[in-house]
Ligand binder design. Structure first.
Ligand SMILES: [Zn+2]
Length: 122
């Protein structure tokens, strides 16, 4: 018999100081970015995380890798690979083709996600 193993791990939402203020106030990540909140298992504030999670912007000055928020539970978070199956193919392609992006490290949520901590990560 094959046993299905679900590996439990911590997932994080990276954000700027403004995002962190709102998340602390609400106790959860509510504000959607492109209609979703974005999560990853990457926990280090380094260039690999920035590239893989596309925490870059040419249009805003905020550093979206200043604060790391930890999800209380795994339950509301959907692996990107599962979400992408039913998503608009153009939307999926646009995100996945960003240089350095690593969609295998992405999770998304369409509902508010409670957080257990909001930490300055720099
Ligand atoms: Zn900001």
């Amino acid at each position: 018999m094959t046993r299905l193993t679900v590996r439990r791990r911590d997932l994080f939402h990276w954000t700027c100081e403004h995002g962190a203020d709102a998340i602390r106030r609400d106790g959860m990540v509510v504000k959607p970015h492109l209609g979703l909140s974005w999560w990853t298992d990457m926990d280090k504030a380094d260039r690999h995380t920035r590239a893989a999670c596309v925490l870059t912007s040419n249009t805003i000055k905020c550093d979206r890798m200043q604060y790391r928020c930890r999800a209380v539970s795994f339950g509301l978070l959907i692996p990107w690979s599962a979400y992408a199956v039913d998503a608009d193919p153009a939307f999926v392609e646009t995100l996945e083709q960003v240089p350095g992006a690593d969609p295998s490290r992405w999770w998304v949520a369409s509902e508010p996600v409670p957080v257990s901590s909001v930490r300055y990560a720099r």
